[in-house]
Design a protein around this ligand. Structure first.
Ligand SMILES: Nc1ncnc2c1ncn2[C@@H]1O[C@H](COP(=O)(O)OP(=O)(O)OP(=O)(O)O)[C@@H](O)[C@H]1O
Length: 277
């Protein structure tokens, strides 16, 4: 749907300029105004059409807040987000509906996001109904299910009758039903067992390649980011401190925080290989 619309002036799909957002700290009283803690500070970035981008950083660095701002779930204190030449917030109801069709969200925990009373068919078709997408909803739900590698016989099941991997695929089918240009995801595979995690990462990658859908993935798992994302952004204390192609960022990290992240995973995931004498 967004293919017919122009890109931003800089050629990007989504552009963020000088975005800052602070939260109130507890302790506000009638006499004392709340102190504010910055969660993201002066963030500027562009997402190109079809690009797969990882967003990493230590806990509390601002990744989720940035993602929520991009999803128009938070109102920033300053700065602007522009999608295909249109301001994302404040926006009219039709414009917000358009944006929510173009930029969809994959939740971390399908058990919490999928209504247990609804069938898979109803769950996948629900965004089409809510966002007034004019198409055959039954057919679109079937297509979306097939795109995530699930059999259409699952359409009559309810979330309680699905495995964890199947439920996360249903959550992804729900997100792609509107044929978005970008998918935003917060730890989309962290709740899955390792083999299933690899399958879902491979599926997301081929889905993105086949349909040209861009991905912005928040993850603590650098192996997920390295197998999925062409480019990686590193956040520290609310700012983006490194923004480079994933392979070179992992090979030669420049910022101390990137080095910390890589050092933190090395003892866990890389077997020690000793050279033969
Ligand atoms: N609703 C909120 N109210 C107050 N402070 C918040 C709120 N949400 C986040 N924060 C604070 O904003 C900062 C950034 O939080 P955020 O959740 O964006 O970090 P994160 O990088 O996603 O962390 P994690 O990796 O642990 O999920 C943190 O200091 C956090 O405590």
């Amino acid at each position: 749907m967004s293919g017919a619309s122009p890109l931003n002036n800089d050629g990007s799909f989504l552009s963020v300029r000088g975005l800052s957002l602070s939260y109130d700290l507890p302790g506000r009283t009638f006499w004392r105004p709340a102190e504010r803690r910055p969660a993201i500070r002066d963030v500027t970035l562009s997402l190109q059409p079809g690009e797969r981008v990882g967003l990493v950083g230590m806990s509390g660095s601002g990744k989720t807040t940035l993602l929520r701002s991009l999803l128009a779930m938070e109102l920033p204190d300053s700065g602007e987000i522009t999608c295909q030449c249109k301001p994302v917030r404040p926006a009219s109801v039709p414009l917000m509906r358009w944006y929510r069709r173009a930029v969809q969200y994959i939740p971390q925990d399908p058990a919490a996001s999928l209504d247990p009373r609804m069938t898979v068919q109803a769950l996948v078709a629900e965004p089409l109904l809510r966002l007034h997408v004019d198409c055959d909803h039954v057919q679109r739900a079937q297509e979306a299910l097939e795109q995530v590698g699930l059999d259409r016989r699952l359409l009559t099941r309810r979330p309680g009758e699905l495995s964890g991997g199947q439920a996360q695929r249903v959550a992804i089918a729900r997100a792609i039903a509107t044929r978005p240009s970008y998918l935003l995801a917060d730890e989309p595979v962290s709740g899955l067992d390792l083999p299933i995690r690899a399958q879902v990462v491979a599926m997301l990658r081929s889905l993105s390649e086949a349909t040209g859908t861009g991905l912005l993935i928040v993850s603590h798992d650098l192996s997920v980011v390295s197998s999925l994302c062409q480019r990686t952004l590193v956040m520290d204390e609310g700012s983006i401190v490194e923004d480079r192609p994933t392979a070179s960022l992992l090979r030669s990290p420049r910022h101390p925080r990137t080095r910390d992240l890589i050092a933190a995973i090395l003892p866990l995931s890389v077997p020690v290989v000793t050279a033969p004498l």
